[in-house]
Ligand binder design. Structure first.
Ligand code: C2E
Ligand code: CA
Ligand code: CA
Ligand code: CA
Length: 277
């Protein structure tokens, strides 16, 4: 840890963070923002490499209207540490149904991906909540995908497996997020009824310049394909990287090259512009 500090890496110290007054203020502000419906979901498109069409959008949380911006990672971390993640994720899920309703009404019947926290997988009534939401909104069944990080599933693999299985039987496709950033065992991943693997941005960033990274990504794509998964590359920022991924057989790409996450109104305009022949 001393060596890491010397190299300029800061370590997160929960014992300091949890007693800071700033943090307490922010938690109660977050709670209010949630209650007052001030949080937003921004949408980032995913491109199908074969058809070159948008095949889906990912919903990412934003907290606009704050003097000091708070990033999604921090919002989620605060929510997870305080139990707020339960109502927050339920808000995200209800909101995602409304968003997909709107997308379909405007002629964009694409998939919508939402991020789920490992804490949600530990809520005993989570599958029931999701099952109810889907049976109330049957047209979105199968079209709302849950992204769950590889690392979060490894915190409690047995429980994650049970939870993901009951989500799958409620008609929820599952995507393994940030794949390659943790140390999961393939024999575990193989047991999950997931349909999609998202290769972590850290593996994608340097493929245009680093041979080793290219080999790792190509091997990952081949392996995932042999196991029957669709493969998404995240964090694609330039054309060279996109072209490489297409030549490597990657199924979908996502990243700033295509578009940053956009508020829904802007996303709808973006989709309309793109769809013009
Ligand atoms: P993630 O799910 O891995 O999402 C990808 C992150 O990379 C997003 O950051 C996105 O804005 C960013 N990104 C997209 N394309 C590029 C690119 O080309 N280059 C770079 N450098 N970054 C790119 P964001 O929106 O700040 O979200 C951070 C993380 O917070 C997410 O990582 C996810 O783990 C979590 N998160 C966001 N929204 C939610 C939510 O509604 N619920 C939960 N549980 N977690 C969420
Ligand atoms: Ca994600
Ligand atoms: Ca990711
Ligand atoms: Ca991530």
């Amino acid at each position: 840890s001393r060596r890491a500090r010397e190299r300029g890496l800061a370590y997160y110290d929960p014992s300091v963070d949890s007693y800071s007054a700033d943090r307490l203020t922010m938690v109660s502000e977050l709670q209010q923002a949630l209650a007052n419906n001030e949080l937003r979901l921004y949408l980032q498109p995913k491109l199908d490499c074969r058809t070159e069409r948008v095949s889906g959008l990912e919903a990412l949380i934003r907290w606009p209207g704050r003097s000091i911006p708070v990033g999604a990672d921090k919002i989620i971390r605060l929510a997870e540490q305080t139990g707020l993640i339960k109502p927050l994720t339920r808000w995200v899920l209800r909101q995602s149904v409304l968003i997909r309703e709107r997308l379909c009404a405007e002629g964009h019947t694409v998939q919508l991906s939402v991020n789920i926290s490992p804490n949600n997988l530990r809520e005993p009534d989570f599958p029931a909540f999701v099952g109810q939401l889907m049976s109330d909104n049957p047209r979105h069944k199968g079209a709302i995908i849950f992204e769950i990080t590889e690392t979060s599933m490894m915190q409690d693999p047995a429980n994650a497996l049970t939870a993901v299985n009951s989500l799958a039987s409620a008609g929820i496709p599952v995507s393994i997020d940030d794949f390659g950033s943790g140390y999961s065992s393939l024999s575990y991943i193989k047991q999950l009824p997931a349909s999609e693997i998202k290769i972590d941005r850290s593996l994608i960033t340097d493929i245009a310049t680093r041979e080793e990274d290219r080999v790792i990504v190509q091997t990952t794509i081949n392996m995932c394909h042999s196991l029957g998964y669709r493969v998404v590359a995240e964090g694609v920022e330039d054309t060279a990287t996109a072209k490489l991924l297409i030549s490597m057989g990657c199924d979908m790409i996502q990243g700033y090259l295509l578009s940053p996450p956009l508020p829904i109104e802007e996303a709808l305009v973006w989709l309309d512009d793109r769809q013009e022949p």
